[in-house]
Design a protein around this ligand. Sequence first.
Ligand code: DAH
Length: 355
Amino acid sequence: MTDLSALKAKYAEQIDTAPDLAALDAVRVAALGKKGEVSLQMRTLGQMSPEEKQVMGPALNGLKNEISDLVETRKIILEAEALNAALASETLDMSLPVKNETGTLHPVMQVMEEMAVIFADMGFAVAEGPDIEDDFHNFTALNFPPGHPARDMHDTFFLKPDADGNKMVLRTHTSPVQIRTMMNQKPPIRIIVPGRTYRCDSDQTHTPMFHQVEGLVIDKTTHMGHLKGCLMDFISTFFETDVETRFRPHHFPFTEPSAEMDVRYERVGDEIRIGQGDNWMEILGCGMVHPNVLKNCGLDPDEYQGFAFGMGVDRLAMLKYGMPDLRDMFASDQRWLGHYGFSPLLQANLATGLS
Ligand code: DAH
């Protein structure tokens, strides 16, 4: 009969001195694996006499459990040691000064951060959606029925049709995220949506890819006065000066009534100064969310209402930071980025200034 206590002592010693998890597993396999020493012993039970079996059966089972417990205990210790070693060797001192700060934050990113900070202060959360959209979210649900003339105004990029002839699109605006949000979230809703948008258009003031920030507020009592107050506050905070605004009636399929917000500006030499002056410049589109849009998202227009707005980020960046040509923004020219870029270490915030 095998001396089980010797076996136990042998494996206990090996488990105890296993230097790492791999070595520990090798010991486990040598003892308890299919062809392990203890497993082989258990296979001999069949040839034993009933009396012998009565003694050896429980003894071998006990040994197996004991070794397995020892392995588990040692495993916990080795895992903790491995984690501590990783933590010790992978520390990073965040307070060390940066040696080569060559990268800069692109003005579009800077301006999106600034907008997020301003709207966060008013209680807006940030939402996102996919750049590749289906027709339903980009158009139909936003009250552009098939064949609606406003669809053609979007210079849409279409993807190749699928087997059923359905064409996905590169989203032409951030408004489809309004739909995604209203279909997935119960009001009250208060979100902004910064993101990329695409239209087949290119000149000094248009690029095929550009950026928008969308806004959406839905609850039971929000009205046009809230819309105006929110956007007037936003624009003065953004330009860091008093900005006089006016709201001009307009048309968008997804809002009723709809408006465009203009800001006063003056031209001083080559420079455009936003805030005061004799000229008006259109800055954004907005309106009260159309009852059809609410219905398309499963919301009852007799219960819920709210406003939406959308604005071009790139143009606001150009106006705030004085860049003459929109196309330069996406030319990846290091000299331009070095000149107009922002320090990645300075976060926009309302307390110490946005820019
Ligand atoms: N989606 C519009 C566009 O790209 C912009 C817009 C206008 C968004 C009015 C809105 C809105 O949410 O209410 O032309």
